[in-house]
Ligand binder design. Structure first.
Ligand code: GRF
Length: 232
């Protein structure tokens, strides 16, 4: 689940406009809260050239102990913590978070396990320029209450045979934005929520999140009527 606030905003352009700094390189900011394995997948795919024309301009965590911050540091990527604990109110935190994102001048904001309610002003400012990874095949096991292990517990409880992950643009709803990529993963006998979570990450999340970034950075994703069109 990605929790979002509720407010409208002007329609921004489609994903794919590039180079906020005029350098021509697509600038990505990654927002994280935890271990950062999805961040690592992005870092690795930029390094090995699977994601092209892209630079990770910065990493922001709401949690100062997130291992994701160490991953960023090890790769020489600017990183900072903006924690709600350091501010008097949620409003001030929201403003500081948005300022920190803006400061990196991103073309694309990537939520990679970011466990924070996204402020409405940020959703409006980065409409069709902010993506999220969710560990299910949306619209199954998504929306309010579906996050982390809960998603995989619910899938096992229901007895589904196929699960997966989804990359989508972020809008005002909870996991309701236009879907960019999905990948299915088989449930196996003896799966626990933890085993399933790991397999969904390995087989789906770490593949489709970098792939979606590459598609967007190369201007291949358009949004029309809440659906995406991906060009060859
Ligand atoms: C992933 O399962 C992602 O789908 C979810 O949070 C988890 C983040 O893991 N939104 P990591 O921090 O990337 O290791």
């Amino acid at each position: 689940m990605l929790k979002t606030g509720s407010a409208g905003g002007p329609e921004a352009g489609n994903a794919g406009s590039r180079g906020q700094t005029g350098s021509g390189v697509y600038r990505v900011v990654v927002l994280v809260s935890g271990g950062g394995t999805n961040l690592q997948a992005i870092i690795d795919r930029v390094k090995d050239g699977s994601i092209t024309n892209t630079e990770i301009a910065g990493v922001i965590s709401n949690n100062k102990n997130a291992y994701a911050l160490i991953r960023a540091e090890k790769s020489g990527i600017p990183a900072k913590c903006i924690s709600p604990k350091d501010y008097e109110s949620r409003e001030i935190f929201n403003e500081k978070l948005l300022e920190a994102v803006r400061a990196y001048e991103p073309d694309l904001v990537v939520l990679a396990g970011f466990l924070v309610v996204i402020p409405p002003a940020m959703i409006a400012e980065y409409r069709n320029r902010m993506i999220n990874i969710h560990p299910s095949l949306i619209p199954s096991f998504c929306g309010k209450g579906y996050y982390g292990l809960k998603v995989h517990e619910a899938a096992l409880e229901r007895g589904v045979k196929v699960v997966g992950a989804t990359v989508h643009f972020v809008d005002e709803g909870t996991d309701t934005g236009p879907i960019i990529l999905q990948k299915a993963v088989e449930v196996e006998q003896g799966d626990t929520p933890e085993k399933l979570q790991r397999r969904v990450m390995e087989q789906a999340e770490w593949k489709i999140l970098p792939r979606a970034i590459d598609l967007i950075a190369n201007g291949r994703v358009k949004v029309e009527n809440n659906r995406t069109i991906i060009s060859e």
